[in-house]
Write a new protein. Sequence first.
Length: 93
Amino acid sequence: MLLDSRATSLFMDTAFAKEKEFKVEKLRNPLFIRNVDGTVNMEGTIMHQVEYNIFFKGHVERARMDGCNLGKKEVILGMLWLYHMMENNNLII
């Protein structure tokens, strides 16, 4: 898992999600994305979302993550998650 303040959303590797048998849903409107380093994602667009429970400091959060090719990472938690956790006093930076 990678906590990345440069990422704008929450992402899960699609292959990892399917391997772990998470609920994967096809998006009605695919999303065009770029990787954290600014390069175009090899899969081109986000076609799926994944439902997942995030466990952090005794707190459980149900999240919807964008499914895409993350290479060596399984999950990226970006600014959306960071802001949410700071607002709820679960994360102090």
